[in-house]
Design a binder for this molecule. Structure first.
Ligand SMILES: C[S@@+](CC[C@H](N)C(=O)[O-])C[C@H]1O[C@@H](n2cnc3c(N)ncnc32)[C@H](O)[C@@H]1O
Ligand code: SF4
Length: 489
């Protein structure tokens, strides 16, 4: 029963000091330069693009709840911390580049729609255009993408239509009105910090006044949106972070995401682009100059941020995304996160570096990964023929369950034992290795298990350490259990 868990005070046993919490859980400590969150699996059977397409063709996705993602890779400036797949928009004739990418993204999804009958019949509950900086696109380009999506896919009534951008894209109120007129009903805006030294040092192209204006414009729409904030950046300290959060709370931002700086090289992991700060020379210089806050200071920043959020009734769902009460129906989680993480529904992903997954069939997961080289991506799409897939991963058995559990944990919603019984044929609280992992997490106060054993839910301490728990307990422990079983076979 849902209220079995919710009835308990979520603050019971809560440890606000992340450093103290990690001291109690030394197995979960990750050094700053190794720190990265990757909820997708980097194990499983590697698939060629042709094999991914075969799985696509055989997947029974008609009528199944699905999330649709488009990745637009251009940005008006490149932030030094950013390891996402992105590229500077050309200064000469940028609108031509936007039009070219609009055509390419539409052409890529058209391939799947034309070749694979179920794709047009999947039940699209949420759509997200991100990047890069999707809100750089002009209304005419966004209208073209939306027209394509609405006419070729099966969107549910009231489908969540998300667009992501920066304060500089939302600080003109007429542009925001235009986006609402086009049909967008949820927004995401990356502010990172209101401290000018931080935004300047990281090469952001907006001031604090622009961020404030963008937020006011979005609040005026009456629609939900989230503001992305970062901590652990040069020129931040616990006081500036606390002040940033106080500003957002005062502005009544519905959802606030707090991301700790990840300086792991995601390009080397095959899932992103190198950030300027990943370059050893740059990283060493910043370190020598003492510009990266210590882990101790970084944890103090998080503590101060969370204090503000908790004091004003915000609660996390998914992990790291804190919402005001009653922002979203059913569990106070945005639909995009419900589809992607809580339920691990199929996600169709287009654009350079985009990755998605096919789920809900045969107790397995097929991860799909596009090429992350931006130029290669667009040239392959424009040339026609096969879509720009780089590889895939087929996950079965414990590996499929471990990945699904990582997503469910990330959602910070109750993990339904029955869903895993029906979807994967496992008893999370009886079968090994799951039972051992969850009992250990419960004994450490990182999850709570409902008294009728129907649900498992991260505690607030488990939310604080979610990235470490997903990586170490769910991926490594359950993943290595899989490897041991394979060795024995
Ligand atoms: C896909 S990114 C970019 C969206 C948008 N262009 C922007 O700049 O906000 C979404 C968010 O990821 C976060 N982010 C980017 N690079 C990061 C990093 N190295 N470590 C932690 N968070 C990061 C930022 O908060 C950013 O707003
Ligand atoms: S953080 Fe956003 S604006 Fe900055 S480079 Fe990354 S995607 Fe572009």
């Amino acid at each position: 029963m849902l209220d079995t868990i919710d009835a308990r005070s979520d603050l019971e046993g809560y440890e606000p000091d992340m450093g103290a919490l990690l001291a109690r859980h030394p197995e979960l400590q990750i050094e700053r330069d190794d720190y990265n969150i990757n909820v997708t699996a980097n194990y499983g059977e590697r698939l060629t693009p042709q094999e991914v397409l075969e799985h696509y063709r055989g997947h029974p996705g008609a009528g199944a709840p699905t999330h649709l993602y488009y990745h637009f890779p251009l940005c008006a400036y490149i932030c030094h911390f950013c390891n996402y797949v992105k590229q500077l928009a050309p200064t000469k004739d940028p609108k031509e580049a936007y039009a070219r990418w609009t055509r390419a993204l539409v052409k890529e999804s058209t391939f799947y729609l034309d070749e694979i009958p179920w794709v047009s019949k999947a039940r699209i509950e949420s759509f997200y255009i991100g990047g890069g900086t999707a809100a750089l696109l002009e209304p005419e380009h966004l209208a073209e993408v939306l027209e394509h999506v609405r006419s070729r896919f099966s969107l549910i009534e009231g489908c969540e239509l998300n667009i992501e951008g920066n304060p500089d894209n939302f600080c003109d109120p007429t542009r925001v009105t235009e986006l609402v007129r086009l049909g967008f009903n949820r927004f995401s805006v990356g502010v990172q910090s209101f401290t000018e030294d931080v935004t300047r040092f990281t090469n952001r192209g907006h001031t604090a006044a622009m961020s404030r204006q963008a937020i006011e414009n979005l609040v005026a729409t009456g629609l939900p949106f989230n503001v992305d904030m970062m901590f652990g950046l040069p020129h931040q300290d616990p006081d500036t972070v606390a002040e940033d959060l106080r500003t957002l709370v005062e502005l009544q931002v519905p959802t606030i995401t707090i991301y700790r700086l990840r300086n792991a090289d995601r390009a080397a992991m095959g899932i992103g682009n190198r950030a300027a700060w990943n370059l050893p020379k740059v990283r060493d210089r910043l370190q020598q100059e003492g510009l990266f806050p210590s882990l101790h200071t970084t944890y103090a920043m998080r503590q101060r941020a969370v204090e503000q959020l908790l004091a004003h009734g915000y609660r996390p769902s998914p992990c790291g995304w804190w919402s005001r009460p009653d922002t979203y129906p059913e569990g106070n989680i945005p639909r995009v996160s419900r589809n992607k993480w809580q339920r691990f529904d199929t996600m169709l992903a287009f654009g350079p570096g985009a990755y998605g997954w096919l789920t809900g069939h045969d107790r397995r997961v097929v991860q799909t990964h596009n090429v992350s080289d931006i130029r290669e991506h667009i040239e392959r799409v424009e040339a026609g023929g096969e879509p720009p897939l780089a590889f895939g991963r087929l996950l079965t058995g414990v590996q499929a369950v471990a990945t699904a559990l990582g997503f469910a944990y990330k959602s910070c919603q109750p993990i339904e034992v029955a869903r895993f019984r029906e979807g994967y044929g496992v008893e999370l609280l009886e079968d090994e290795p799951y039972r051992g992992v969850f009992e250990e997490l419960e004994s450490r106060g990182l999850v709570s298990i409902a008294s009728d054993r129907s649900q498992i839910r991260p505690t607030l301490n488990g939310e604080t350490l979610h990235e470490e728990i997903i990586s170490i307990y769910l991926h490594e422990r359950i993943g290595s259990f899989a490897a041991e079983v394979c060795h024995k076979v």
